[in-house]
Design a protein around this ligand. Structure first.
Ligand code: ADP
Ligand code: MG
Length: 261
């Protein structure tokens, strides 16, 4: 791994409705790292990612990508970035061929190059036959694959993934995990935001755990395990976020469902 700093976040704060959802985040990421960015629902993971992509304003602190302060107005850095959003506006009336050549051209590819590359990548995901079908007819998993292709078509140096596996079946999850591992080994920096622990545990070179608007743990899976003296990442996560009452919540939930029966 190189020492080149691809991403640096300093004292990042963001308020919504008078409440801090990010309260002093510091994070420095080197080229080739695969960061697993985890935290409970509502912890601020997606907000962090959207700020880095220039999609959310009103934050304080400094975010540098490839050494450039993203607040300085230039959007050049975006050409070298790929993004799979948690909630995507895929244009339902378009076909993957239309959508992917459109996004490919935005990232600087020629139409022909984008068309052919996207077609071959669709075939890899078993979607060759629907390259010219409307996205409106696609399942969640098929849409997710189109988004993954769209984020990777231009071979980005830095890839942001926000819950990238949602809707994918087990075989596809294995393929995508393997793709990410190979990209990372070849120098792509990956920022993988998810609340699904088992995948993060397996693929991340470094795990950053967000809770209560702050980073509460940052290290390799082994380091986090030692810090909390727990086993799986899920257990480490529960301990570091102070969550122990899953049993009680489940009991209450089931008893409400079964009331009177
Ligand atoms: P995560 O991705 O970790 O689940 P988010 O970053 O989506 O969390 O949200 C963090 C917090 O910020 C949540 O409490 C959410 O309700 C709030 N939030 C996110 N986006 C907005 C918004 N546009 N306006 C108001 N509150 C928001
Ligand atoms: Mg989120």
């Amino acid at each position: 791994m190189s020492t080149e700093e691809v991403l640096s976040i300093q004292d990042l704060r963001m308020k919504y409705d008078g409440r801090y959802v990010l309260n002093g985040i510091d994070l420095h990421v080197r080229r080739g790292e695969m960061i697993g960015y985890i935290g409970p629902n509502g912890a601020g993971k997606s907000t962090t990612v959207k700020i880095m992509l220039g999609l959310v304003e009103g934050y304080t602190g400094t975010v540098r990508i490839f050494g450039q302060d993203i607040a300085d107005g230039s959007v050049e850095y975006k050409r070298r970035i790929g993004y799979v959003p948690e909630v995507a506006e895929l244009y339902d009336q378009l076909t993957p061929a239309e959508y992917l050549t459109f996004t490919g051209e935005l990232y600087g590819l020629s139409y022909e190059e984008a068309y052919e590359k996207a077609e071959r990548l669709m075939e890899c995901f078993d979607l060759g036959k629907v390259y010219h079908s409307r996205i409106a007819t696609f399942s969640k998993g098929m849409r997710q694959k189109v988004l993954l292709i769209s984020s990777l078509l231009h071979d980005p140096d830095l890839l942001f993934l926000d819950e990238p596996l949602s809707g994918l079946d087990a075989n596809s999850v294995m393929v995508v995990k393997e793709i990410l591992a190979k990209l990372s080994a070849a120098g792509t920096t990956i920022f993988y935001s998810s609340h699904i622990m088992d995948v993060v545990e397996k693929i991340s070179s470094r795990i950053v755990l967000l809770a209560d608007s702050r980073v509460v743990a940052d290290g390799t899976f082994k380091e986090l395990q030692q810090q909390s003296q727990e086993g799986s990442l899920e257990e480490v996560f529960n301990q570091l976020t102070g969550f122990h009452n899953h049993g009680a919540i489940a009991d209450r939930f089931v008893s409400i469902i079964r009331e009177g029966s």
